[in-house]
Each structure stands twice: as structure tokens, then as C-alpha cells.
Design a protein around this ligand. Sequence first.
Ligand code: FE2
Length: 299
Amino acid sequence: MEETVDILDAVPAFDAPEKGRLTDAMVAAYHEAGVLVLRDFVPVEACRKLQQRAHELVAEFDPADVRSVFSTTKQTQLDDSYFIDSGDKIRFFLEDGAFDEQGQLRQSKEHCLNKMGHAMHDLDPVFDAFSRTPDLAEAARRIGFADPAILQSMYIFKPPHIGGEVVCHQDSTYIYTEPESCIGFWFALEDATLENGCMHFIPGGHRFPLRKRNYRNAEGKLVTETLDDTPWPEERKVAAEAAAGTLVIFDGRMPHLSAANRSSKSRHAYTLHVIDRQCRYPENNWLQRSDTLPLRGFG
Ligand code: FE2
């Protein structure tokens, strides 16, 4: 029952341990809160290198290719297939406010992007190197993964002025396995602050039931199944400001959100969603990969 969930007042935060060797206290804090902040997990130079590579990939992207897809904020069949087919590709997703009334981009191409996804970690050497380090493998092992598989990667741009709000949700809604096994590894590539739309969590909220199962593929159309419509206790949300290089690990059931970015600074972040390979992966999950791109862990 929801009333028995013990909401905490803080997001546990630590300086990153040597070689990803989370201490018993860190692991306990993670299980208690459902979220764990590790400062300076990644060198800032590695963040810059990933940003530079993202910049190069963006340079090769032509927004005209997807303009029609995003001509409306309403979900369409075309939206769905562009999204559904991105599980084993590198695709670009624009912010809702990217185009002005004349159909022109409001600001530079990079500053109109919402995200890039969802297989950079398997298709691009620079993203692969960032995503698979001994430190990360060790952290995942200590969190409890026996047989991790990096299912998807997302590069989040959260651009200045038009970076969209992300409403409160659980990632297991989108990354569903039986039993649930999704854990998010979120890296701040730039300082994430209250001003530019940092993440917020409801610590302890990972004990809430799964509210929805989103993006279930029903014959090519994405549908959402509501399992529990209890409102989130958003008054208990806690901001997790994070300097570049910070890693935030959070449970797939952890409710989280971020405000719109109305500031003049971008808020680049990189996320890996990791599942346990031993869990069942439903065939009607939106994200399906071709057999030629096998799932890999951190090794
Ligand atoms: Fe999320």
C-alpha cells in the first residue's frame, strides 16, 4: 500500500569511490533511497570528449530529414515508427519548440535537439568507450547486477530556452522486463542546476508500484497502459544538482522529473539503461534490436 512507503528527505550523495568500488554504506543508501549520487565518478575530460563526439554526430544530422515527423506535438504513426526503429540506431529527436511559425529552427541545430538515441554505446567507438569502463562494471556489480546488459543509451541535450520539462515518471515504465530489472546510470556532462533543469527524485519512491507501462507496441502503434493512477507525491521531490562528472544511479521504479530549461545554458547529460539479461524481455516492448547487434554488458 502506498501509505506505507517511507519517503526520505534527501538524495544520498558521496564522492565517487576508487575504481567503482561502492562501499557497503553506499550500496545500503542506494537500496534505501532508490537513488545514489556519486560525485566525480567520471573525469571532466571524458565528459568533454563525449560532448565533442556528440557535436560531430549532430553536425552530420540534417533536421530536414525529420521535420515532417515533428511538425506536431501530437503523437502520430510516423512519430511512432521513427522512435520504434531507433533501438539499434543513432537517431535525433527535436524539442517540441524547435520550429518557429515559419517552420524554421528557432536556434542552432544543436540547441534544438531534445535527445539522441538509442544505441550510440554499441555503434560509436567514443560512446562505447565512455559506456564501458572497469569502474562502471564494478559499480554495477556492487549494486547487484549479476548479468547486466546495456539496453539503450540516450544523449540528453536539454537546450537553452526551449529544453522541455520531463514530467514525473518511472523508467521501468519504458524499459520493462519480467521481473523488473531496469537501472538508470545518468551522467552529468555539464553542471546540472536548478536554473537549467536538474533532475529531481522522490527518495524512497522506488517502493511505489509501477504506475504505467508505456510505449507498448501494439501492431506498430505505441500505447500506454495505466496500472495505477495515484498521483505522485511531488511535494516530496528533492533536487539533485550535479556537477559535470557526477554519476547518478537510480532504480527503474524511482519517480523522477526535471523542469524545463529556460536559462541560457544547456544541460547535457548521458544516460544508460541497463537490464538483467536473465529477465524476460517482452516482445511488445517498443525497443527491439536486430539480431546483428547483440546486447552487451559493461565488458
Ligand atoms: Fe527517466
